[in-house]
Write a protein that binds this ligand. Structure first.
Ligand SMILES: *[C@@H]1O[C@H](CO)[C@@H](O)[C@H](O)[C@H]1NC(C)=O
Ligand SMILES: *[C@@H]1O[C@H](CO)[C@@H](O)[C@H](O)[C@H]1NC(C)=O
Ligand SMILES: *[C@@H]1O[C@H](CO)[C@@H](O)[C@H](O)[C@H]1NC(C)=O
Ligand SMILES: *[C@@H]1O[C@H](CO)[C@@H](O)[C@H](O)[C@H]1NC(C)=O
Length: 387
């Protein structure tokens, strides 16, 4: 009994420790006992029942007295704060990608800090980047303070790929995006000022809604590779498996997982190697030699945890909304989803002004090699990685 209570508690603790330090809401966020008030030890606040605007599961009602005391004459209950935590996505047990292996990968940067992205995204048209709503919500209030970089591979090296920074012209967050109690409809589309991209390398999206359970999928991102470590400079990739829906629901019992969510991780071997990519980044499967994006990194409890796979936005569920936002651009051009071995030269007509950080001195210095500590990845997953 204690064991079961303790484990989720630990997970919550890890979560709090990892809570995105970039989210201003959580700076100096004090942790006190009442924050671990859910019956299974997750994070919440004790609030008056009437103020807690969500459905309360019966077993939680039953156990509420263990955690939340009566405040005056009002009965309080634990109101979960799942949505208010920005889960820092991270690739655990991953591998360096090759330059241009995933040329659609987008890095979301703040104008003032362009050394590592705070979120990922994927190019789905010459001017549109698909990402998570919880990433885009940071951009929405002041898009001019952000940049989207396409073509980056190694943030600590200036010469290995050609990249461009673009401005965000429009932010479309899914109208039903919710981040309280559960996180749902966590997707958004950023429109870039990228009229110059003649040969954009986009990722494919599913042609029709489809079920991708039991598919092997690859998630990519610049998220941290281990708790407490810095983000790696080189784009990481890791292979995971898309869970059957019922397993996803079991793993996140209280999160109201629906068909519009998708879970991916490593089901066997205790999940030591399972991972989650940078928030907003793509999870894709290879179909007929092309990469098709099936998920957007959304949230998870901890990382590399057997019981808690990463949760993704199920792209198949949103194809018509995405198509509407993209109009008049269309999805899935004939070049979509191809890994490349060389620079696709998609920026030939793009002004280079945005890349002000490129200085000769930087370019001449050998790039700083930061050793990346990786958890072991079971070798059975390695051969399936695209090269
Ligand atoms: C931004 O995108 C929305 C669609 O999501 C569209 O209705 C709106 O007109 C766009 N605004 C601009 C300034 O392009
Ligand atoms: C948002 O939710 C409402 C109510 O469930 C639904 O009718 C509507 O179609 C949803 N909007 C989108 C863009 O899916
Ligand atoms: C994702 O959405 C599609 C279409 O709504 C659905 O068929 C599928 O079961 C969902 N889940 C997975 C894991 O693909
Ligand atoms: C897009 O915005 C960037 C950053 O402000 C600017 O340097 C670049 O010239 C713009 N590109 C186009 C095609 O307008």
């Amino acid at each position: 009994m204690h064991f079961f209570v303790f484990l989720p508690f630990l997970a919550s603790l890890v979560l709090v420790l990892l809570a995105d330090h970039r989210d201003p809401q959580h700076i100096n966020h004090e942790i006190d006992d009442s924050e671990f008030c859910t019956y299974d030890g997750r994070i919440g606040h004790c609030e008056a029942i009437l103020d807690c605007k969500r459905e309360i599961p019966k077993k939680e009602l039953f156990q509420r007295r263990h955690a939340c005391s009566h405040v005056a004459y009002r009965e309080t209950i634990c109101c979960e704060m799942t949505g208010s935590i920005d889960y820092p996505g991270r690739i655990v047990g991953g591998d360096d990608t090759a330059p241009w292996e995933y040329p659609w990968m987008a890095a979301l940067l703040t104008k003032s800090s362009n050394k590592r992205p705070f979120c990922g995204g994927s190019l789905i048209s010459p001017v549109h980047v698909l990402t998570a709503a919880h990433c885009a919500k940071h951009i929405l209030p002041d898009p001019t303070s952000f940049r989207v970089r396409i073509g980056e591979h190694n943030f600590d090296s200036e010469l290995e790929t050609d990249y461009r920074n673009f401005r965000v012209q429009n932010v479309s967050i899914h109208p039903n995006y919710t981040s309280s109690y559960t996180i749902k409809d966590d997707l958004a589309i950023l429109e870039l000022n990228a009229s110059c991209m003649d040969k954009p390398r986009t990722v494919c999206l599913p042609e029709v809604p489809n079920d991708f359970r039991n598919h092997e999928a690859v998630v990519i991102g610049w998220g941290v590779t281990e708790a407490g470590k810095n983000q790696p400079p080189i784009l990481q990739e890791v292979t995971v498996e898309v869970y059957p829906q019922v397993k996803c629901e079991e793993a996140y019992e209280n999160f109201k997982i629906t068909d519009s969510h998708l879970c991916a991780g490593i089901q066997e071997n205790g999940g030591k190697d399972s991972c989650q990519g940078d928030s907003g980044g793509p999870l894709h499967v290879k179909l007929k030699g092309r990469w098709v994006q099936v998920g957007i990194v959304s949230f998870g409890i901890g990382c590399a945890e057997a019981l808690h796979p990463g949760v993704y936005t199920n792209v198949s569920s949103y194809l018509s909304w995405i198509a509407d936002v993209l109009d008049p651009y269309t999805l899935n051009d004939e070049l979509c989803g191809e890994s490349l071995e060389q620079d696709p030269k998609m920026f030939e007509d793009c002004p280079n002004g945005a890349v002000s950080s490129r200085s000769l001195i930087q370019a001449l210095l050998p790039s700083l090699t930061i050793p990346i500590l990786l958890f072991s990845i079971s070798s059975s997953f390695l051969p399936s990685l695209a090269t």
